[in-house]
Design a protein around this ligand. Structure first.
Ligand SMILES: *Cc1c(COP(=O)(O)O)cnc(C)c1O
Length: 219
């Protein structure tokens, strides 16, 4: 199937209220344009340089989502245009995003990344840290960032019970700390391999790459 067919198929199956981010990392501008022509406007990238290069070449109405690990010294390159930063995993990073948002005279929407997987390699706050963060004054003082929700990745496993338990932790935290504070609250969870489970668990935003564009040759 073509990129457009894959995309339309996935969109048709998504329940109402679940947004689709087409994860376009490693894909060419031509491949991205195939999805764009099929109506897709939200795209996710995990590397700053790649996102900037694509932003400069592609239509201006694309909403760019930074889904990867973001280093503080690179925030400046995307602060002027990024639509949503999914992977905020420290207060220092959030403060840098806020500082750059102020320089750009805009509000930058962010999601806090929560570590829910069993693997130790994945970035993010521990669930308990999120609760104390929301109670601290530091986070409430930031004028140029808006925390719209949470993001997480489940363990890469065949065990759907485990995946559901991990997504369940994130959903609970979301309901407790975010839901009701924003009309457009975001719970970003679910990728090609587990988005159906993520939706069952309450995801409002799925990040799908290979099921749209085909297998990547490198991560
Ligand atoms: C690459 C990536 C995805 C998409 O992965 P697929 O398995 O290709 O759907 C989603 N989220 C993050 C954070 C990623 O890095």
């Amino acid at each position: 199937m073509s990129i457009a067919e894959n995309l339309l198929q996935i969109r048709a199956d998504l329940p109402e209220g679940v947004q689709l981010i087409a994860v376009s990392k490693t894909r060419s501008t031509d491949e991205i344009m195939q999805a764009y022509e099929a109506g897709q406007r939200d795209f996710g990238e995990n590397k700053v340089q790649e996102m900037v290069a694509k932003y400069e070449k592609l239509p201006q109405d694309i909403r760019w989502h930074m889904i990867g690990h973001l280093q503080r010294n690179k925030v400046k390159y995307i602060a002027g245009f990024v639509y949503l930063i999914h992977g905020v995993d420290s207060l220092r990073l959030l403060e840098e995003i806020n500082r750059r948002g102020q320089m750009e005279n805009r509000m930058i929407d962010c999601l806090l990344q929560v570590h829910i997987a069993e693997e130790t390699t994945k970035f993010g706050f521990a669930p308990e840290e999120i609760e104390s963060l929301f109670r601290s004054s530091d986070i409430n003082q930031l004028q140029h960032t808006r925390i719209r929700g949470l993001m997480g990745m489940a363990t890469f496993t065949e065990d759907s019970g485990q995946i559901m338990r991990e997504f369940g932790i994130l959903k609970q935290l979301f309901d407790k700390e975010i839901w009701g504070k924003h009309q457009d609250a975001v719970l970003s969870m679910g990728m090609s391999g587990d988005y159906e489970l993520a939706i069952q668990a309450g995801s409002t935003m799925v990040r799908i790459g290979s099921s749209i564009f085909g297998q990547r040759t490198y991560p």
